[in-house]
Design a protein around this ligand. Structure first.
Ligand SMILES: [Zn+2]
Length: 141
């Protein structure tokens, strides 16, 4: 069975759909301990390599390259909420969603604190390729 976890940013311009074989209480949310995340509201990172993430926006999503320069942080162009992060791998995009923006975020279990800043660029990429979610970013005006 696939669960469809829906969410949106505070201004409503971006909608999020996180399809996963796991319900929210069975997810493994992570919070990153880096300064960048601390200054962006400590997003709750959720992913499922067997799931799918669909980000739909009425304008191009704002992207900011961060850390090892591989992943891009995604922001709503309207309200600036951090939507998650994405990484291009060959022709595929994988990503994580900010679980705090999901409608039922209160059903998520406690976050595990992770420290990707301690990993090398190569180790990060390997980790992300194994746990991040196949992602589609759709701009629909
Ligand atoms: Zn917004």
């Amino acid at each position: 069975m696939t669960y469809q976890h829906k969410g949106r940013c505070s201004c409503g311009q971006v909608s999020l759909e996180f399809h996963s074989s796991r319900d929210l209480p069975d997810q493994s949310p992570r919070q990153c301990d880096c300064d960048y995340c601390a200054s962006h509201g400590k997003p709750i990172l959720l992913s499922d390599p067997a799931g799918q993430l669909v980000v739909t926006s009425s304008q191009a999503v704002a992207k900011e390259t961060q850390g090892s320069g591989q992943a891009q942080m995604l922001f709503c162009p309207g309200c600036g909420n951090m939507l998650g992060a994405s990484l291009e791998n060959d022709s595929q995009i994988i990503g994580v969603v900010n679980g705090a923006l999901l409608d039922e975020a209160n059903r998520l279990p406690a976050c595990q604190i992770v420290s990707p800043k301690k990993l090398s660029a190569e180790e990060k990429r390997t980790r992300w390729l194994s746990i991040w979610t196949p992602t589609k970013i759709i701009v629909r005006s």
